[in-house]
Design a protein around this ligand. Structure first.
Ligand SMILES: Cc1cc2nc3c(=O)[nH]c(=O)nc-3n(C[C@H](O)[C@H](O)[C@H](O)COP(=O)(O)O)c2cc1C
Length: 195
């Protein structure tokens, strides 16, 4: 079975990174539904290190504002929802729950800080990509952003949980009037190698 052309357009070919959103709200139930989809994306040892904070109140947005780069400020304040895509550096504490068939899994990471850090960031980033694609799949638009002060976001929003920020992602219903022209992508021969 394969996705039809309309599905491919929705997820990839016609999907854009949005800078402006309509006033149509995004409900908490929609965000829960979005998580129920994205959580199924694969991660190594099913470690699922990503954590998501959905900022949808004025108060939460204003708390985020000082951490944003100037180019990301206005559009983020105006977006219905801004997700902080974060990860838990101590993700391995949940492996007994997430990878129950191998009781050794936690120790792979408690005995190797570098492996734990790489695994958290790699898989947390993958799950951020699953967020983008799942959002598109349920009819939402996204605007990912790395232009912000990670340390400040960690301090403001994540310190009490010990999580770390990766990137931000605005969510809503995109207004095409805010789009830049689509930039070119690399051709197959520039990006891919057959061996
Ligand atoms: C992880 C990530 C970080 C990004 N950071 C920013 C950002 O800080 N500000 C911004 O305006 N766009 C940002 N972008 C948007 C990219 O520039 C955009 O996705 C890319 O140019 C492709 O655009 P398209 O999806 O509309 O084709 C980011 C995208 C990703 C995936």
């Amino acid at each position: 079975m394969a996705l039809d052309a309309a599905g491919l357009d929705l997820l990839f070919r016609e999907a854009r990174t949005h800078n402006r959103f309509t006033d149509e709200p995004v409900s908490d139930d929609e965000l829960r539904a979005l998580y129920e989809i994205l959580k199924n994306g694969p991660t190594s040892a099913n470690c699922s290190p990503a954590r998501f904070l959905f900022l949808r109140t004025r108060e939460a947005k204003h708390k985020l504002a000082p951490a944003l780069s100037s180019g990301n400020l206005e559009k983020t304040m105006a977006a219905p929802v801004t997700a902080i895509v974060a990860y838990d550096p101590k993700f391995y504490e949940k492996l007994p729950q997430l990878f129950p068939h191998n009781p050794d899994a936690r120790s792979w990471f408690t005995s190797n800080d570098s492996l734990a850090a790489t695994t958290a960031f790699r898989n947390g980033t993958l799950q951020g990509a699953y967020l983008i694609l799942a959002a598109r799949a349920v009819g939402l638009d996204t605007g990912a952003m790395s232009g912000f002060d990670n340390g400040m976001v960690d301090e403001l929003f994540l310190a009490d949980r010990g999580w770390r920020s990766n990137f931000l992602c605005n969510l809503g219903h995109g207004d095409p009037a805010g789009l830049f022209p689509r930039s070119p992508r690399l051709d197959f021969d520039e990006a891919c190698v057959f061996l």
